[in-house]
Design a binder for this molecule. Sequence first.
Ligand SMILES: Cc1cc2nc3c(=O)[nH]c(=O)nc-3n(C[C@H](O)[C@H](O)[C@H](O)COP(=O)(O)OP(=O)(O)OC[C@H]3O[C@@H](n4cnc5c(N)ncnc54)[C@H](O)[C@@H]3O)c2cc1C
Length: 394
Amino acid sequence: MNTLKRIDPRRPFTLTAEGLKRITLGAVGVADAGAATLSAARRTAHHEQPKPRRTIATPNHVLLVAAHAERGALDVHARQTLAGAALIADDFTEVVLLVFGQFSGDAAALGADKLIELPMFDCRTYAPADELNALAACVAAYAPTHVFLPDNATGDGDLGRRYAAAADASVATHVVEIDAGHVASYVRANTALAYRALPEVVLLAPNAVDPKLPFVGAGERVAWRFDREADATAAQRAVRDLGIDEIDAAQVALEEADFIVSAGNGVSDVPAFERLAGTLGAAIGASRVAVDDGKFTRDKQIGATGKTVEASVYIAFGISGAVQHLQGIKDCRHVIAVNLDASAPIAKRANLTVIADAQETIAALNEAAAAARGARATSAALLEPGRLAEGVLA
Ligand SMILES: Cc1cc2nc3c(=O)[nH]c(=O)nc-3n(C[C@H](O)[C@H](O)[C@H](O)COP(=O)(O)OP(=O)(O)OC[C@H]3O[C@@H](n4cnc5c(N)ncnc54)[C@H](O)[C@@H]3O)c2cc1C
């Protein structure tokens, strides 16, 4: 019998609660060297409810994870980064999470022992120098052995590089493989992996870590004051934030869209669907059948042979959820399905399934949006100086 596993040597291992793993063709390969750093207790705890607290005996080390929040939450990539630090942390190490922006998530469930929230850093504000000062101040306060950030294009990757340069710290970027002993990044046009010991700053690529943790952290919220003005130098104050240019959601590349409404074979009233997308400020996606039918252009197709999307919210109208379609939405955070058939495969993937007719639901949502817009216009008009008395008397 052929027992040889066909393993692609260029494919990195993923850090999981059971150690480093990689998917081989039809099997899961486990890394041997240093992979079994996690205890059997953690392994068995994986399926237990509620999850136990990760044990920390008088911590004498800190791992710091910094990330931006969006609408009060960390995205998958940031959660993977935090989970990576929590999985690497030994029994004498605390994991401190520094969040830029408001955070209303469960830090303990994500693996953090301490949470520092900096709500003044709204992710819509460009303040790279202030954020660098805040991170440096946090490093000075906690003296972490390593600082982890998601290597993304939405602020964290930039902040990590700025910090490493300013602090003259060792850094690894685009890290695709990590454990307590090493990191690895692709080199030579992705044909080989380069390894090194954990540097001071680790910028993690997406999917290097499985964020499912068998334990929770302490999740203690720390009141930490950061005086933005006091810490800014004159040169830093010279940076002017020119604000955000809002663009039409329809112009956003599907791969970058945060909110997508998608139509399948069950959508017959395409103009109403497109009107809804415009009203909600959502990008438009479609299943292959809807594209093949000529209802949408090919660039709107989502799935194995279309686009892969990572929206925070994905609403699927009249889409069955064939495996090829699901492949394209695997990284979406909240999936809402509107379908007549409660047993459609999309319902298994969806966080919320509305069993209803797509046309009726779209029409109701368009009506609700129009009513909300009307109410807002009325209250704005009533607040006009000349209209105030009229409004109050009416
Ligand atoms: C090699 C290959 C690659 C493929 N790549 C892709 C890809 O990239 N993307 C992709 O999407 N597909 C892809 N497909 C096709 C895929 O297998 C499915 O055929 C396709 O996704 C089905 O599209 P659909 O769900 O819109 O249509 P259907 O399968 O026809 O499903 C329509 C759904 O809408 C519901 N419905 C019907 N009427 C209503 C209504 N009035 N209100 C509410 N719900 C209603 C039905 O219950 C059903 O669940 C691929 C297939 C192959 C073989």
